[in-house]
Ligand binder design. Structure first.
Ligand SMILES: [Zn+2]
Length: 600
């Protein structure tokens, strides 16, 4: 069916490439164009004023573009489209349709991309198919790796280890960066490598497997920085290869000293922490001879690590992470607490190292020593220190019956950071010695004092409070700012499940929107009228976000407000309220549809 330019539909008039480009912006437009060319648009259906399609990508999304009141509207079920934006799926659907109109002068058939490729390919000659595949080999590194690996596997296993290594190399090491989209192919290749090596182990080629899995791990180490590993599959690949290597070592134990040297070398030089736990993992293969050798290598390096006692020593120091980890692993194998502590004391520039020493000693029942280290830690880090050090030190002081000293440390923490989390910290220590009510009064008193101080400073600097009044119409909810003074106290009362005090505190001092909502949720049961203005304020915030999801949430919350009004015997107020919201948001077309649906 041919079409003359005269009977252009309204969709054809409005939905042009320029329109797509402008609505989407250049980034989404380019992505959409890629989707359009890769046949990801399916089930395209068109009327004179609307089109719909399904676009496949990471998932299936439903797109609709239609003409409404003389302009283009759109929707897509993807997360971006859900936010109201003109996403790549909308672009792709529009472009596929435009292309179909241009080339065939006819509406595209449904599922037009379903050319039967398999049927077509099966009519081709072997030579043509080889050419086609070689083109792809040349264009795609990952595909090339896959084919190389298949070829190596086909050659008698494992006659030619060098060829096999080349294949592993081709499959795992990449020249370019492997982006997120290509990671599936990448890890598929890596898995093929792992399975083929595993198959060799099962038929008894343990020596070869030791060599090949080690080689594959070297390849992984090399590739590691050049792949998008946001799904963490490199860790899985590494783990499987190490396990294979270990199993092969058990099946055909190598010379223990040579293995020890290799494992140590690897651990100390790997940029990706491979084999750091080698001593523990391979203890069964290394045996005493191997472990002794491993330890002597480690101690040689450890002797070079400088002793750091004060904060100044940290400056300009390089990280000794790997050797420290290795030494700790060895100490754990030997089971000696003193050895573990000796490693920690090599670097006392971190408060947390004292904590670890205290815990090691306490765990071994050496509480006197633990106390000595607690006191040393407090001397080394008297102010603004890691709360874990204060926690451990206070615990040891309690244990020694020195509760007053313990509470001095705990209070120092609270005084430095008077807030809900240090409040809980204070509670734990005070309640344990039956002194909570005194300490509670003191803590709440300090928080109130700090709060009124902050408020005084703020009101002196002015501006702050008046700005809020313009945006929010409800003066009763003052303190709706970024940093409301009373948020921490409100949190404290909520933590104590004292909802009445929390409510009073919020009313007098203000708190964050999130806390207001929490308060509303807690109070609506007994005090529906209290919750109404809070929800109304939240509704304004949601509608201001201008996206379909927020609109729906706003409408849901209005339904809640209506129910609360009914319970407060104020249902007569709702129509006027809804009308007022409607009037101030009438420009938001999708929102108005929701209002229409509710009959507001
Ligand atoms: Zn979309």
């Amino acid at each position: 069916m041919g079409r003359s330019p005269d009977d252009k539909s309204i969709l054809e008039v409005l939905l042009t490439e320029t329109a797509l480009r402008l609505k989407a912006g250049s980034a989404y437009f380019e992505r959409g164009r890629r989707y359009a060319t890769t046949r990801q648009v399916k089930q395209l259906k068109v009327t004179s004023s609307a089109l719909s399609a399904v676009v496949t990508g990471t998932s299936r999304y439903r797109v609709r573009i239609w003409v409404e009141e003389g302009s283009l509207s759109h929707s897509c079920s993807c997360p971006v489209g859900d936010g109201g934006e003109f996403c790549k799926h909308c672009v792709a659907s529009g472009l596929v349709w435009l292309n179909a109109v241009k080339t065939t002068q006819d509406w595209p058939e449904e599922d037009q991309s379903a050319v039967d490729l398999r049927a077509y390919l099966s009519t081709q000659t072997k030579e043509a198919l080889v050419e086609l595949l070689m083109e792809r080999v040349a264009a795609n590194e990952l595909f090339a790796g896959k084919v190389t690996l298949e070829a190596a596997k086909a050659a008698a296993v494992p006659a030619d280890l060098e060829a096999y290594k080349q294949a592993i190399d081709a499959a795992i090491v990449v020249d370019d960066f492997v982006d997120y989209r290509s990671m599936y192919d990448y890890s598929h290749n890596a898995t093929t490598v792992i399975r083929s090596i595993e198959a060799m182990l099962e038929v008894g080629h343990a020596h070869e497997v030791i060599e090949l899995s080690a080689y594959a791990l070297e390849c992984v180490e090399e590739a590691m920085g050049r792949v998008d590993d946001s799904d963490g599959c490199m860790g899985e690949i590494t783990g499987e290869l190490m396990e294979l290597h270990h199993r092969a070592c058990l099946a055909a134990p190598p010379d223990p000293e040579q293995l020890a040297t290799r494992l140590f070398d690897w651990a100390i030089h790997s940029e990706w922490e491979m084999f750091l736990d080698g001593a523990a993992r391979y203890a069964d293969v290394l045996g005493d001879i191997g472990l002794t050798h491993y330890r002597s290598l480690a101690e040689q390096v450890w002797d070079q690590v400088p002793i750091r006692q004060s904060h100044d020593d940290r400056i300009g120091s390089s990280s000794n992470f790997a050797i420290t980890y290795i030494m700790e692993t060895l100490a754990k194998i030997s089971g000696s607490v003193d050895e573990q502590i000796a490693i920690k004391t090599r670097d006392l520039t971190y408060a947390y190292h004292y904590v670890q020493i205290i815990e090691l000693l306490a765990g071994a029942g050496r509480t006197d020593d633990a106390l000595i280290w607690a006191e040393r830690g407090l001397v080394a880090f008297p102010h603004g220190t890691d709360v874990r050090l204060r926690d451990a030190a206070a615990r040891e002081l309690h244990r020694a019956g020195r509760d007053d000293e313990a509470m001095t440390i705990v209070w120092a923490e609270f005084e430095e950071n008077p807030g809900s989390s240090s409040y809980e910290f204070l509670y734990r220590h005070a309640v344990a010695i039956g002194q909570w009510s005194e300490w509670r009064d003191r803590a709440v008193g300090l928080m109130r004092q700090r709060e009124s101080h902050t408020r005084a400073v703020r009101s002196k600097s002015g501006a702050m409070s008046s700005a809020r009044g313009d945006v929010f119409a409800r003066p009763f909810l003052h303190g709706y700012d970024e940093q409301p003074e009373s948020s921490e106290l409100v949190k404290v009362f909520l933590w104590e499940n004292d909802i009445e005090s929390a409510w009073e505190q919020a009313g007098s001092g203000g708190c964050s929107p999130r806390l207001w909502l929490q308060l509303a949720d807690l109070r609506q049961g007994e005090h529906p009228a209290d919750a109404i203005p809070i929800y109304q304020e939240e509704i304004e915030r949601k509608l201001g976000a201008k996206n379909n999801r927020a609109y729906q949430e706003g409408v849901d919350m209005m339904i809640r407000v209506r129910a609360l009004m009914a319970r407060a015997e104020r249902e007569v107020e709702f129509p006027a309220y809804a009308a007022q919201v409607r009037a101030s948001h009438r420009a938001k077309r999708n929102l108005m549809k929701l209002f229409d649906g509710e009959g507001w």
